[in-house]
Structure formats: C-alpha cells, structure tokens
Design a protein around this ligand. Structure first.
Ligand code: 6PG
Length: 250
C-alpha cells in the first residue's frame, strides 16, 4: 500500500523577526475570532528560545497590547522543574518578556507549579488547575483555543521526548518527565490535550533545525522516534511557522 502523504500547513517566513510578527498576527486573529463566540480565550505557551521574540512583540505591539487580556487565560505547555526565579524557567522567560507589559490579571496566569518537593504532586496540582479553570466534568479533556509549540532538535515537542513513556500517556492531562541528563525534569501537558486544541502553532527557526525538520516532515509518522508526529493526527489544526533557515532543506 502506498505511504500516505501528509501535508503539514507550512508558512516560510524570511527571518525570526518576521516569524515572530506573523505569530502575533495569528495570535491576535485567534483571540478576536474566539471572543466573538466565547467569553474567554484559553492559550498554552511553550518555552525554550524560539518564542522569545514573539513574547517580546506581544508586550510591545499595539495590536497585541490592546487585546482584552482580562478575557485571556494563559497556561504553559510544559515547564522545567526549577524555581520560577531560574533562568531555565519557561514562566520566568514569559514574565521577563511580556507578562508585565500587558494588562492580564494575575488570576488569569496559570503557571505550572514547581515548588513542591515531589514533581508528581506538581503535575497533579497543575492538572487540578486546568480542570478548575476549564470547569471540566470527570473524564473531560480541556479544549484550548490555541496551543503554541516549538520543536526540539531531536523532534520533541512540549516535553514529550523521543523514546519516552510521557508521549504515550493517554490517561492524564499532565505528567512528570524525568531526565537522567541535563535536560532537567519537567512537567508537560500530554498528547491528548495537545490534540484536543482548536488551533496549534508550531514555531521552528534556525539552520540547526533544518535537518531534523526535513526528516520530521518527510518521514512516515513515528511518535516514539519523533514525538512531534503526534500532530499528524490533527495537521488540519496546525500552522507551521518556519523561518527560511530552518526551511533550508524542505
Ligand atoms: C521547553 C519547550 C520545548 C521547546 C523545544 C524547542 O521547555 O524547552 O517547551 O518543547 O519548544 O525544545 O526549543 P527552542 O525553541 O529553544 O529550540
């Protein structure tokens, strides 16, 4: 049987700044479109280095500053298990780049707690926060209006890494991810939550991602090898925003 051809919706942008501007444009569009039919906009942010420019523009461009931030609820896709004062904290990166530049009420900021000794307690606590804010019934999954993702140079997304049990967790909304090396232990939302989202954006930039991106885009789905292939189930909901450098091999 011929291999199925998957068609990710890819937009190639000239450089990281243009990519960040385009991301703001889509973010604003999604907020405005959603708030025409709903009271609140639920978005989950990723960390790492790629979203930094996007966050900075969120906090400076008039069109994003003018959004009704009191109707926007921020969550995180994943978090390193470090203090919020650590330079490796995804929350800190957002706080330092835009959180104090937009009029978002503190109660709309739902960071992943990392202050418990036991990382599993934090994972369960974050799951309770999600259930509470989304007002979920038992067994219900949250439907984020937008989830922002990156892609690691090993094909991971969120904190769902290759050959990791976390990519297979279908029962929980969140899970703890242990690393034996310097990748830090993390908490992540799970694949079923990612796939439930109404819209997802994957930002990929830099020449160092060109080889892995080509491999991810052109090879048959293999979620153990490349966890970002979990998105192949919902590609119609995913916008891939890629700069020219990362798209060099496509
Ligand atoms: C994290 C992110 C992670 C990130 C990728 C890409 O906590 O590190 O959530 O999933 O999106 O690792 O990271 P860069 O943008 O730094 O390349």
């Amino acid at each position: 049987m011929a291999a199925i051809k998957y068609e990710p919706k890819i937009e190639i942008l000239k450089d990281p700044e243009i990519l960040a501007q385009r991301t703001v444009e889509i973010f604003v569009e999604e907020v405005e479109k959603t708030l025409e039919i709903k009271e609140s906009f639920f978005v989950a942010l990723s960390g790492g280095s790629t979203p930094k420019r996007f966050f900075k523009l969120l906090g400076t461009l008039p069109q994003s500053k003018a959004l009704p931030w009191d109707k926007i609820h921020l969550f995180w896709v994943d978090e390193r298990y470090v203090s919020i004062t650590s330079t490796q904290s995804n929350y800190k990166m957002a706080a330092d780049t835009f959180l104090n530049k937009v009029a978002i009420p503190q109660e709309n900021i739902h960071r992943i707690p990392t202050e418990f000794d036991d990382i599993n307690v934090s994972a369960r606590k974050y799951e309770e926060i999600i259930k509470d804010v989304f007002k979920l019934e038992a067994g219900q999954k949250p439907v984020f209006d937008l989830i922002m993702l990156g892609m690691g140079s090993d094909g991971h997304t969120a904190s769902l890494f290759p050959n990791s049990y976390a990519s297979l967790d279908m029962d929980n909304l969140t899970c703890a991810v242990y690393h034996m090396d310097d990748k830090l232990n993390r908490i992540t939302i799970t694949r079923s939550v990612l796939c439930e989202a109404k819209q997802l954006i994957v930002q990929v930039q830099g020449r160092e991602k060109a080889a892995i991106l080509k491999d991810v885009i052109t090879s048959q789905p293999d979620e153990i090898r490349y966890p970002i292939h979990l998105l192949w189930l919902v590609l119609d909901k995913v916008a891939w925003l890629i700069d020219k450098e990362a798209a060099a091999n496509l």
